[in-house]
Structure formats: structure tokens, C-alpha cells
Write a protein that binds this ligand. Structure first.
Ligand code: ADP
Ligand code: MG
Length: 237
């Protein structure tokens, strides 16, 4: 407990919530504490990641413990890996169980970039990672193709839910990335229908953002259960 407090102090990690899991000291902790597969550690080394960033130190163990979380850390501080790493670790390997994880991004560019990052980290493990393109939203029959991780903007995903009767009832992980922007863009209704469509009662939701305006925090609290709040540095810097 004392050690957790010291680590958090050292990395400027502020947490609130019940029973917050200990931050990791290094990437090796992911193997010793959470049996991280070697492909992932190999990819980290390949990418030149030597040690976890502050948000990764704290958000990864929270999500691996099956807790929901909302996290606020500056731009460029490694938030993508903070949610992709635990997601890939929990999914373990590809399956034909329908769509298992959804990442919502505010823009098409960010969705495409997140897809590339996700694929880099998944290299060597045959996951089906799909970017929701216009084409896919219009035509794809997702019930007929494997999809472990689907990355989309709220608009395209909602379009596909309506038109293609996209089934999100088995989604185990839902991430709202850059959630401040998602909400600012007036996408509350779309996000709401995605949250509703992801009806699996044991879903783990998380929200990542560079700032955490009060209204985003309030919205987050209405959809999450026993969530942990993580802030790196100050709340809205
Ligand atoms: P954010 O979403 O917080 O703005 P990103 O996830 O896009 O930040 O990461 C910013 C950059 O930092 C990316 O180029 C990413 O590859 C790199 N990065 C992420 N985690 C680490 C790490 N642990 N060590 C070194 N570089 C990292
Ligand atoms: Mg980001």
C-alpha cells in the first residue's frame, strides 16, 4: 500500500475509487502479475517501449482487474496502449464469437491511427482487428466474419447498427477514446445508442481523454459501475 502511494507520487498519478489495483513498476510486471503473452512483450520491445508511461502504469492493472475506469492524461502520453494492451491480454486469442471489443474515436483519422497502433501491438497473434470504413458500414455482414476488435467513429457505428443490424450484444470491452471530444462534437445520442447496443452485462467500459470536464465525468458516472478515476498531473491541464 505504502509502495503504491510512493509509485503514484513519483509518477504524478491520482486515483479515486474503491480498492484501486497497484500500479505496475515495469513491463515485466505484466508477465509476473498478469501472465502477459510473450508476443505482446516482444512487440513492445520492437516498438522501443522501455518502460510504461504513468497512465499505462495505472490504467493497465485497473482494466486487467476487470474494473471500469475513466482516465485523464495529457496528449502524447501513451493512452492508446493503456487501453489496447489490457484489451488484447484479456481477449487472449482470436475467436468467432462475434464482435468482442469496440473502440470509439471522435474522427475517422483517429480511428484509422488507432487501428494501426492496435495492429502493431497485436502482431504475431492472429487477431481480427477491423476499422469501420464507409464500405464496411454499408455492406459488411459482421455476423459472417470474425471480428475481435472493431474501431469506429460513433456515426459510422450507429449507421451500421441501424442498417446492418450489427450485433454488439457480446462486446466485452468498450473504450471511448478522446471522450472529451466525442462529447463536445455533440455525439451524445450516438454514444448512447452504442452503449445501449453493447448489452452484455459483464462488459468493461473505459473512457480516455486529455481533459476531463465535469460534464464528461458526470456522463461517465451514469454509465459506469464502481469505476476508478485516474488522473495524471492535473485534471484539465
Ligand atoms: P495519447 O493517446 O495519450 O495522445 P498515444 O497513445 O498516441 O498518446 O502515444 C503517443 C506516442 O507515444 C506514440 O507514438 C506511441 O507509440 C508512443 N508510446 C506509447 N507508449 C510508450 C511507451 N511506454 N514508451 C515509449 N513510447 C510510447
Ligand atoms: Mg490518443
Amino acid at each position: 500500500i505504502e509502495r503504491d502511494a510512493l509509485l503514484r507520487k513519483k509518477y504524478n498519478i491520482h486515483v479515486s475509487g474503491n480498492n484501486v489495483p497497484s500500479p505496475v513498476q515495469n513491463f515485466a510486471d505484466l508477465s509476473s502479475r498478469y501472465q502477459c503473452d510473450s508476443y505482446l512483450l516482444h512487440n513492445l520491445a520492437e516498438l522501443g517501449f522501455k518502460e510504461p508511461t504513468p497512465i499505462q502504469r495505472q490504467a493497465i492493472p485497473i482494466l486487467l482487474s476487470g474494473r471500469e475506469c475513466f482516465a485523464c492524461a495529457p496528449t502524447g502520453s501513451g493512452k492508446t496502449f493503456a487501453f489496447v494492451c489490457p484489451m488484447l491480454m484479456k481477449l487472449k486469442h482470436s475467436s468467432t464469437d462475434g464482435i468482442r471489443a469496440v473502440i470509439l474515436c471522435p474522427t475517422r483519422e483517429l480511428a484509422a491511427q488507432t487501428t494501426r497502433e492496435c495492429k502493431k501491438l497485436a502482431k504475431g497473434n492472429k487477431f481480427y482487428i477491423k476499422l469501420m470504413t464507409k464500405e464496411l458500414a454499408r455492406k459488411a455482414d459482421f455476423s459472417k466474419r470474425p471480428c475481435d476488435v472493431l474501431i469506429s467513429t460513433p456515426l459510422r457505428l450507429c449507421f451500421a447498427i441501424r442498417k446492418r443490424k450489427l450485433d454488439l450484444s457480446r462486446v466485452e470491452y468498450l473504450v471511448l477514446d478522446e471522450s472529451d471530444k466525442l462529447f463536445e462534437l455533440g455525439l451524445v445520442k450516438q454514444i448512447d445508442s452504442v452503449v445501449k447496443a453493447c448489452s452484455n452485462p459483464s462488459i468493461i467500459r473505459s473512457l480516455f481523454s486529455a481533459t476531463l470536464p465535469d460534464f464528461v465525468e458526470e456522463l461517465a458516472r451514469t454509465i459506469m459501475h464502481d469505476a476508478v478515476r485516474v488522473i495524471i498531473g492535473r485534471k484539465n491541464s
